[in-house]
Design a protein around this ligand. Sequence first.
Ligand code: RI2
Length: 296
Amino acid sequence: MPLSKVRETAKRIKEMKIQGAVSISLAAAQAMEHFIKSSKAKTRKEFIAKLEEAASILIDSRPSAVALPNAVREYVAKVSEIEAEPPKLKKEALRIGRALVKEITESVDIIGKFGAVEVKDGMNILIHCHSSTVMAVLKQAWRNGKRFEVYCTETRPWGQGYVSASELSNYGIPTRLIVDSAATRFMQQGIDLVLVGADTVTKEKSVVNKIGTSQLAIVAQKLKIPFYVATETLKFDSSRTADEVEIEERPADEIIRRDQLPNVKIRNPVFDITPAERIHRFITEDGVLQPGEIDI
Ligand code: RI2
């Protein structure tokens, strides 16, 4: 079935089996490729209609992050411009898909290179959640010979901090794991840089990222610790302000078994918003920029 892989990928994204905006976008691109290869559409009209259906299944999988809808919409728009009929149209669509994947992976590499310059010898760096873009920065810095330590917050409730800690320590980078509520204490004791990823950067340059990011930014500002966000421009959302972003709220049982506190309503928002005035720099594929230097 042409749409089966698309549906399965959307489900895996929804269930957090695929996590991180970049990985989600790349998985979506793979699902689209599979859909195109197995499409039996005879006409251009039929092919585009099905492609749009596939796109909306993927876009609906998670509401707060914008890289996925941006990538998928850009893809559909480019394919829709092609006048050819299948099978030539299918061939062209696959080519466009491959170019998009290349563009995304190259952006991550470039951000790694720009970001690595910001990492200095002897730094203690605090990160939150698991961001493949942040991983790229830290690994590139390490490859460049910088020597530093990384503190990973656990990142309740999904514990993406374990993924970061395992990835960094396997790379040879000295890594510490701390519970989320220990972040302030370590920041008071000598964190030199807070580095996080982004799920969306809104038009006023607020950052939507994993829940807990905004409190790290508040403490960083108070303690005068630079707060950096590593993000592809694919995550820029020119259509929404922070107030207009729907913050995904996930099931209560991701936090606690429901029967443990039967009369308590558990809330589980998974993203929060950090305003531009708390962000020192954005590390993007266009360079390391202050919020005021970015055009969204
Ligand atoms: P990359 C993650 O969200 C984190 O919030 C992370 O900072 C962000 O995606 C970006 O990740 P989730 O998918 O795109 O774990 O840099 O909910 O990999």
